[in-house]
Design a protein around this ligand. Structure first.
Ligand code: PBG
Length: 334
């Protein structure tokens, strides 16, 4: 790109001219949000006929598998390309090793089979990490008080294969173990899943903004005030994000995710500029909650805050955004 102002100066140049009318603003708009940019995260729960609210995420619900098709139907008709599935696993199915993650009849597999049959053109993302299934709430297995990297890799591979067999299209590891992209690619290919894609949560930070999500999947209580700082990234760092991304790409990641979103748009931009690959951001639960809490108090306008926050991701360089606003934004966009 050339210089930003080409020696332009006032009064010959008045930048407000291009802003004067809706039609001029539309003509010069540099970025646009479309329904094609949206991935909708969804919480699946046990039982039948169940829909429960998540206190800290107004407008977001957990739904039982039998209600899933009805739950996503409108969004799918509006053209949302993909959804991401997260399980609210009952406590009695959790243990230290997160073995429920490998059950071919677990909530994610049931949901994937049903949705694939119902909506063959809808992309399905499966989050890979053990935290929805462990009684300690960590993303991996604990050995001598430490989340063991290499033993966890084997379990993540088993979890991913279980999801791929059920019809998940994009495996999205969110665990931040070292070497998981390479291990997952090898495991998937060995079973013939060469078309199953890997969207790596490559730059995932140890963040307070995941609080409402942990309530939604029921891992907050389990984690008991603990944190994930020995595997998720330090919010102080951005060079390290580039190292994470470059290793994941070398190991076979098809696309990259930055998470959380709004506080980390600088990371999106740096990754986009350093690597010519699709970059996604996750506008996480706490970001959604912040906006919704403000809206509920009458402090911000819902639709404008939502659309401005989503457009910011496009401006930063995102190919797409995982967002709990997806169905509401899709409605406004179409
Ligand atoms: C699990 C996972 C988390 C989120 C997505 N996958 C939580 C965590 O790492 O503790 C957070 C999503 C959100 O906050 O919306 N590894």
């Amino acid at each position: 790109m050339s210089t930003t102002h080409n020696g332009a100066s006032f009064p010959a140049t008045r930048l407000r001219r291009n802003r004067a009318n809706s039609w001029t603003r539309r003509l010069v708009a540099e970025n646009r949000l479309s329904v094609d940019d949206l991935i909708w995260p969804i919480f699946v729960m046990e039982g039948s006929g169940q829909t429960t609210d998540i206190a800290a995420m107004p407008g977001v619900q957990r739904v039982s598998v039998d209600r899933l098709a009805a739950h996503v139907q409108t969004a799918v008709r509006l053209g949302i390309p993909a959804i991401a599935l997260f399980p609210a696993t009952p406590n009695d199915l959790k243990n230290g090793e997160g073995t429920e993650s490998q059950n071919p009849d677990n909530l994610i597999c049931q949901a994937a089979r049903l949705l694939k049959a119902e909506f063959p053109d809808l992309g399905l993302l499966g989050d890979v990490a053990l935290d929805p299934y462990t009684d300690h709430g960590h993303d991996g297995v604990i050995r001598y008080g430490y989340v063991d990297n290499d033993e966890t890799l084997e379990l993540l591979c088993a979890q991913a294969l279980n999801q791929a067999r059920a019809g998940i299209d994009i495996i999205s590891p969110s665990d931040m173990m070292d070497g998981r992209i390479g291990a997952l690619r090898t495991a998937l290919d060995a079973e013939g899943f060469i078309h199953t894609s890997l969207m790596s949560y490559a730059a995932k930070y140890a963040s307070a903004f995941y609080g409402p999500f942990r309530d939604a999947v029921g891992s907050a209580g389990a984690l008991k005030g603990g944190d994930k700082k020995t595997y998720q990234m330090d919010p102080a760092n951005s060079e390290e994000a580039l190292r994470e991304v470059s290793m994941d790409l070398a190991e076979g990641a098809d696309s990259i995710m930055v998470k959380p979103g709004m506080p980390y748009l600088d990371i999106v931009r740096r990754v986009k500029e350093a690597f010519a690959v699709p970059v996604f951001a996750y506008q996480v639960s706490g970001e959604y909650s912040m906006i919704m809490a403000s809206v509920e108090r009458g402090w911000m306008d819902h639709d404008r805050a939502m659309m401005e926050s989503l457009l910011g991701f496009k401006r930063a360089g995102c190919s797409g955004i995982l967002t709990y606003f997806a169905p509401k934004a899709a409605k406004l966009l179409t």
